[in-house]
Design a binder for this molecule. Structure first.
Ligand SMILES: NC(=O)C1=CN([C@@H]2O[C@H](COP(=O)(O)OP(=O)(O)OC[C@H]3O[C@@H](n4cnc5c(N)ncnc54)[C@H](O)[C@@H]3O)[C@@H](O)[C@H]2O)C=CC1
Ligand SMILES: O=C(O)C(=O)CO
Length: 324
């Protein structure tokens, strides 16, 4: 009999068909309060789940006694309690690398749109307010030849460095848990302490995973260290930043602007004070969201699931306690 699995995220038909070759697939295009009861009913005898964002913790796993594998269709895996999973002998996988270029493109988009104030200018033109009198009011800051500080020089950080170095002649500083020789040799990146990076960078780009060590990594003190002209970009997870401190830094001119793809609460609440600021460019956690890349991520997650359920080691197994 084919093992039962649950896909809890909208995926391409080709991914479903691939999974159906070896699995009995229960498909939820998305989870909401209406279909949660049905989802948890199905979970009771499911051997695998594939999707992203669900909090897989002790309570969740108590409701999934047959589970053998949890496949995130994302590289981030802060939603998974790896200790609890490994205690129960349940495999966990993610989708690294296939999204690096796409997320790096998004980050460059945030860098350019904050520095050159593109969303504000778009609104101005569309509102029929394109005049010559106020032209200088809308001037922005150069990106090329500036200093870009990348915190978290992993797969995505390196692809941001590549674009910044070759495309924009930027000087790259980075802070990471360990030295990244490839980024140093190929993109001229210079390793430094977090404090030096914050003091010297024109653009500070946060690209670490969310872990106990990176939660609120950037807060009041870190914003105070940044240049007044600094632009802060967050593409990691909302909780890596103290949002109140960020609001204060932007409101008081401690930093120039911010470009944010991620927030503490997602979707962000309409009354979040950050949304009142002109010097913030926001995106709805869309870093990897192109048709091509989302398909690659879903297919990679599906391949991991099939291999894992075959009793073999999936290519992107996340190992508890392994530090990059
Ligand atoms: N906005 C979006 O749509 C997306 C966001 N992400 C986020 O980006 C994160 C990074 O993704 P990848 O580059 O693929 O991961 P990666 O594992 O290749 O790179 C992460 C880097 O962060 C470094 N790091 C970890 N903890 C650190 C610390 N305390 N201080 C300094 N450096 C630290 C690691 O050494 C590693 O080099 C993901 O975990 C996810 O949270 C990933 C994809 C899309
Ligand atoms: O992959 C991730 O971690 C994301 O945030 C979505 O692509």
């Amino acid at each position: 009999m084919k093992p039962k699995i649950i896909v809890y995220k909208k995926v391409d038909q080709s991914v479903l068909e691939y999974l159906q070759n070896t699995c009995n697939v229960v498909y939820f295009e998305q989870l909401d309060s209406l279909n949660y009861p049905e989802f948890f009913q199905e979970l009771k005898d499911a051997q695998g789940i594939l999707g992203s964002g669900l909090q897989v913790n002790k309570d969740f796993l108590d409701r999934a006694p047959q589970l053998k594998i949890v496949c995130n269709a994302s590289v981030g895996h802060d939603n998974l309690d790896l200790t609890e999973l490994s205690k129960r002998g349940i495999m966990a996988t993610n989708t690294p690398d296939v999204l690096n270029d796409t997320v790096a493109d998004t980050i460059m988009g945030l860098i350019l749109s904050t520095a050159r104030r593109m969303p504000e200018l778009d609104q101005l033109v569309k509102a029929g307010q394109w005049g010559s009198k106020n032209e200088e009011k809308w001037f922005g800051l150069d990106v090329h030849h500036k200093v870009l500080g990348i915190i978290g020089m992993g797969g995505i950080g390196s692809d941001i460095a590549k674009r910044a170095h070759f495309g924009f002649d930027m000087n790259i500083l980075y802070h990471n848990r360990s030295r990244n020789n490839e980024a140093e040799q190929k993109y001229g990146a210079t390793y430094c302490s977090l404090e030096d990076l914050l003091r010297q960078s024109d653009f500070v780009c946060l690209m670490t995973p969310l872990t106990p060590q990176t939660e609120k990594l950037i807060g009041k003190r870190e914003f105070e260290l940044m240049k007044k002209t600094a632009i802060f970009i967050n593409g990691s997870r909302g909780k890596t930043v103290d949002e109140e401190a960020l609001y204060h830094a932007l409101k008081t001119g401690e930093i120039y602007a911010a470009g944010l793809d991620v927030f503490v609460e997602e979707p962000i609440k309409k009354d979040n004070p950050l949304l009142t600021l002109e010097n913030v460019v926001t995106l709805p956690h869309i870093g990897s969201a192109t048709y091509e890349t989302r398909l690659k991520m879903a297919m990679l997650a599906a391949e991991n699931l099939v291999v894992g359920l075959r009793g073999e080691t999936p290519p992107n197994q996340i190992k508890s306690g392994v530090i990059a």
